[in-house]
Ligand binder design. Structure first.
Ligand code: SF4
Length: 122
């Protein structure tokens, strides 16, 4: 990848989805991370394992394929928020809505979540 970056782009990380995806080992998820976080370009929503899980639990998407989940999220949220959205979902997925046992009892969106397992403790 680094070699291709040097040869095709003079060592500079490109700023478009197509150019990034043409680099070896770079898929849509990585390209979204780079564009959103390095360049502030909201080209799409980064969908990793946390975003996939939370999109299902919050019923933001009924799909399991990352590209279909991403399409659903892009339709639901303003473009200006796409990079922040994936950060918020990933953070929430790591700290509260964890894979094995979600901490529904302390979750801030407990009362809105269709998958909540327990009433929220206030
Ligand atoms: S209520 Fe539970 S399942 Fe829903 S987002 Fe919060 S931790 Fe996850």
């Amino acid at each position: 990848m680094a070699q291709a970056l040097g040869e095709a782009h003079g060592g500079e990380v490109p700023r478009s989805m197509d150019e990034l995806r043409a680099l070896p080992g770079v898929g849509r998820k990585t390209a979204n991370v780079i564009l959103g976080n390095a360049y502030g370009i909201n080209e799409g929503v980064t969908v990793d394992t946390h975003v996939t899980r939370l999109s299902g639990r919050l019923k933001l998407s009924r799909h399991s394929e990352p590209e279909k989940i991403e399409r659903d999220l892009m339709a639901l949220f303003p473009r200006a928020d796409w990079t922040l959205l994936s950060h918020l979902l990933i953070w929430h997925g790591r700290r509260v809505c964890i894979a094995q046992r979600p901490k529904c009892e302390v979750c801030i969106v407990n009362q809105l979540c269709p998958s909540a397992r327990a009433p929220r403790i206030r």
